[in-house]
Design a binder for this molecule. Structure first.
Ligand code: 9PG
Length: 494
């Protein structure tokens, strides 16, 4: 552990933190605020790093890989790990009387860390983040424009529905590069190669249809997961990551029950993973959304106890990359962020968008802001603006429809502002037949690729996130702020 003491009253400072994986919160908060920690223990595994949870204590902020403390003049301190391939780096800033104690603790082999006092926190965050990206050979290809089936059909997706949307996109001349099939095509979690009963076809039959329409085929997988009912689990119960009790460790609870994760320190598991991405690549999917990747990095009992969590994760992601091929486009999701640099082309940098602004009961009463909502997605992806140096950031999809959505017009435009500000992957997930002319205009605008914007200040925020950018201002609060409506985004006058 390394430690620094800042002789500054904590009440003068703000802190910029980034949670462990895609869905964990990133925030810009007064240091004396209290970070929330989910009430439900199973959310610790699915939304955070269970080995380094948010503190839940006023004045104690934890961050992964990078942290910044900001003075009222915009200067301050920035800490950043300069490697994340073998080690998770845990930062903590703790208010102690009239001072602040900052600690940095590596989990894994020792790692080089930068710690700088600076007159310009924004610039220093960007420089150090770019340095980490360079050292890990970040892949930052040109942004792609993707239609994704999830937020249109969820698990009820069918092969015909995807083809119908692709046909309509062609007819409307919508500039998508990729059509990506999400969760819902497979027999069970882990049994990716067998079709699900309601999908109305086989995932291997889709690429030809999409190619004929001029789109690149994309497929979702959660390659590290196995449900207790799957053939994968039945055939290989010994492949699962285990708890201290020796039993397969439950690693999440959506899809109606607990599921397990693969122990990626087993060579035969790495072979299976390599084979999986090679097989779907062979079906004609060069674009893969690889989801729930945190599963390979959880604390647990592994076959080879000599391999740490970060390394077990990295080896597993490397196997997926080898199977898919150097030229495949890999989007990570639900993934440890910095540990994925150099292996993925794009990365989800926030929780899921949903066709509603806020899930207040879950966020406020259960202390969990890692769940799906437009507000959570905007809040976190904006506060990770600097991660475009690590991969192409994916702040999740635009929702342009009015039907099957509770978003207001203002909120839909805020999602557009998010995509424009982050400047990464463009994704959309509306059943295209639902869009009226205004919806189509909004969708087209959301597919316009932009350069990432930069914050214009970190000393002010409308809602606990980075909200003030050079091109515009977000207001995540429920009341108007300056001239920005609640939940709104307003471009700045030129
Ligand atoms: C498919 C979806 C979509 C989506 C992903 C991911 O914490 N949770 O319970 C939780 C469930 C689903 C989820 C994220 C978190 O969504 O982000 O885009 O692919 O899986 O199931």
């Amino acid at each position: 552990m390394t430690e620094w003491t800042l002789d500054r009253p904590p009440a003068d400072l703000r802190v910029l933190v980034s949670g462990y994986q895609s869905w964990s919160e990133a925030e810009l908060r007064p240091l004396t605020d209290r970070p929330s920690v989910p009430l439900m223990p199973w959310r610790h595994q699915q939304g955070h790093d269970p080995a380094f949870l948010p503190s839940g204590e006023a004045g104690v902020w934890r961050s992964h890989t990078l942290i910044a403390l900001i003075r009222p003049d915009g200067g301050g301190w920035v800490g950043c790990a300069l490697d994340a391939a073998h080690t998770f780096t845990h930062w903590e800033a703790r208010a102690e009387g009239d001072a602040v104690r900052v600690t940095c603790t590596p989990e894994g082999p020792p790692v080089e860390v930068a710690w700088k006092e600076t007159p310009d926190v924004i610039g220093t965050v960007e420089r150090l983040s770019a340095e980490l990206g360079r050292r890990m050979n970040a892949r930052t290809p040109a942004p792609l424009r993707v239609w994704c089936s999830w937020y249109a059909y969820y698990r009820q997706v069918t092969l015909d529905a995807v083809v119908d949307n692709a046909r309509l996109a062609r007819r409307l001349d919508l500039p998508f590069d990729v059509f990506q099939l999400d969760d819902g095509f497979h027999a069970d979690l882990g049994d990716w190669l067998e079709p699900g009963a309601h999908f109305g076809g086989h995932a291997r039959d889709l690429p030809g249809r999409l190619r004929d329409l001029g789109f690149t085929p994309g497929l979702w997988l959660a390659p590290f997961l196995a449900s207790p009912t799957s053939r994968l689990f039945r055939d290989h119960p010994g492949w699962m990551l285990r708890g201290q009790d020796g039993r397969p460790l439950p690693v999440g609870h959506n899809w109606g029950g607990p599921y397990f994760a693969l122990d990626t320190t087993r060579p035969e598991v790495l072979d299976w993973l390599r084979n999986l991405t090679a097989t779907v690549r062979g079906w004609g999917y060069p674009y893969l959304k690889l989801d729930f990747l945190y599963g390979a990095a959880l604390p647990g009992v592994r076959h080879d106890p000599g391999v740490g969590r970060a390394q077990a994760y990295r080896n597993a992601l490397t196997a997926l990359r080898e199977g898919a091929g150097e030229d495949a486009f890999l989007l990570g999701c639900g993934a440890p962020l910095a540990a994925s640099i150099g292996l993925v082309d794009a990365m989800r940098t926030g929780p899921d968008v949903a066709p509603l602004w806020d899930d207040e009961s879950r966020r406020l009463w259960l202390g969990d802001a890692s769940g799906p909502s437009a507000r959570n997605a905007v809040h976190t992806s904006l506060s990770r603006w600097y991660q475009h140096a690590w991969y192409q950031p994916d702040p999740d999809v635009m929702i342009a429809r009015r039907e099957l959505s509770l978003l207001s017009r203002t909120e839909r435009h805020t999602l557009l502002g998010l995509l424009d500000t982050v400047g990464g992957l463009r994704a959309s997930s509306d059943p295209l037949a639902l869009l009226d002319p205004e919806g189509l205009d909004l969708l087209r605008a959301s597919l316009r690729v932009s350069r990432p914007d930069r914050p214009r200040t970190l000393t002010e925020s409308f809602g606990g996130a980075v909200t003030h950018f050079t091109r515009g201002t977000f207001n995540l609060l429920d009341v108007p702020m300056a001239s920005v409506p609640p939940h709104g985004y307003r471009e700045r006058d030129a």
